[in-house]
Write a protein that binds this ligand. Structure first.
Ligand code: PLP
Length: 396
């Protein structure tokens, strides 16, 4: 069978692969602690689930408008005003089957073959695959652990060329948890001001999982407003990963292009999930706040516990639910036949020896690091840290 050549431009998501591997080992009866998870370990709040059930009973079982129900798009506009102080109209919003589809729509709408796409590292796995699927020419920009995994205005200035079409980033960041401040974004915004051809895709899906205070967005700089696309969704902040609802807020032309692509790919998102999302957006945020308080407690624990393990260099994440330690001090060490030459080996070593699943940093564009998720119970985190410590202690 000869499959289409475009398939060679993407690979299976490494995070999904690791979850699969963990599940397979668990099926063999091995007690795997899963720190590769990319979703809250909390259940969707009850009032949101109830809204989903009510939607079924009320007959929300038909096709939906391609960009989403109008009242949901209105609620998204109100959310953007309330939380981010940015003004959008409903026709600038496109609701999709997860923020992943939103990103795919946007990238396919604006990237032509050969267009440069700037992606700061570390980045979320899907960015590079989507950009290369659209035949973009990816330029990576290294945000090192020493600089809190943030890029500087000088770095950005140095990499932009007249062929640069897109800048794509997330804050809070998956995998580093890095949160850009308004001041830091202001410096980047000044660079973008000089390069009006660059469209900015700002992935804000971890907006609410922020331990540092106000969420800041490049969309808050008026002079960038006509070339910024906000990507957000329900998955992380409302523990709604399985409902599959994401959205963009974009310049009208881009919103229309995404609507057109979506009309031929999937049509409107699930009716029931949209009704539940509407309830989430207009109701009390207490469940989210409680969840974030628990994530902060776990982050503090993991930070101090991992920093006590010799050889791990651990950043302090300001948001999301991941740590992204530099593990390169262990490269070149071994335990019997198990050799750790790189982050891929390191992650596999932890899986096989400590029975803790993590994700190699290679998947996120940083081959010195691994990603550990603390979207797991405190009890499991404590157990995982003890196992990791033992397994690393045995590497000579
Ligand atoms: N953006 C980032 C940075 C993510 O980590 C994820 C999920 O892991 C997504 C987007 C996609 O979210 P969803 O498709 O569940 O809305």
């Amino acid at each position: 069978m000869e499959l289409a050549q475009r398939l060679s431009r993407i690979s299976e998501s490494q995070t999904i692969r690791m979850s699969k591997l963990g599940r397979e080992l668990r099926a063999l009866g091995i007690d795997i602690i899963d720190l590769s998870i990319g979703e809250p370990d909390f259940d969707t709040p009850v009032h949101i689930k109830e809204a989903g059930k009510k939607a079924i009973d009320e007959g929300y079982t038909h096709y939906t408008p391609v960009p989403g129900y109008l009242d949901l798009r209105q609620a998204i506009c109100q959310k953007l005003k309330r939380d981010n102080d940015v003004d959008y109209k409903p026709d600038q919003i496109v609701v999709s089957t997860g923020a992943k589809q939103s990103l795919a729509n946007v990238i396919l709408s604006i990237v032509n073959p050969g267009d440069e796409v700037i992606i700061p590292t570390p980045y979320w796995v899907t960015y590079s695959d989507l950009a290369s699927f659209a035949q973009g020419d990816i330029k990576y920009l290294k945000g090192s652990l020493e600089q809190g995994f943030k890029i500087t205005a000088a770095q950005l200035e140095a990499v932009i060329t007249p062929k640069t079409k897109v800048f794509l980033y997330s804050s809070p960041c998956n995998p580093s948890g890095t949160v850009y401040t308004k001041e830091e974004l202001a410096e980047l915004a000044e660079v973008f001001k000089k390069h009006p051809q660059v469209i900015i895709i700002s992935d804000e899906i971890y907006e609410y999982i922020n331990y540092e205070g106000e969420h800041a967005s490049l969309a808050q700089f008026d002079f960038l407003k006509d070339r910024i696309v906000i990507v957000n969704g329900m998955s992380k902040g409302y523990a709604m990963t399985g409902w599959r609802v994401g959205y963009i807020a974009a310049p009208l032309e881009i919103a229309k292009a995404c609507d057109k692509i979506q009309s031929q790919m999937t049509s409107g998102t699930c009716s029931i999930a949209q009704r539940a999302s509407l309830e989430a957006l207009v109701s009390d945020m207490k469940p989210t706040k409680d969840m974030v308080a628990e994530f902060r407690r776990r982050r503090d624990y993991m930070l101090s516990a991992l920093r006590q393990i010799p050889g791990l260099k651990v950043n302090e994440p300001g948001g999301a639910f991941y740590l992204f330690p530099d593990v390169s001090a262990y490269f070149g060490r071994s335990n019997g036949d198990d050799k750790v030459a790189n982050a891929d080996d390191f992650s596999m070593y932890l899986l096989n020896k400590a029975h803790v699943s993590t994700v190699t940093g290679t998947a996120f564009g940083d081959p010195d690091c691994i990603r550990l998720s603390y979207a797991n119970s405190m009890e499991n985190l404590e157990k995982a840290v003890a196992r990791i410590k033992d397994a690393l202690g045995a590497l000579k």
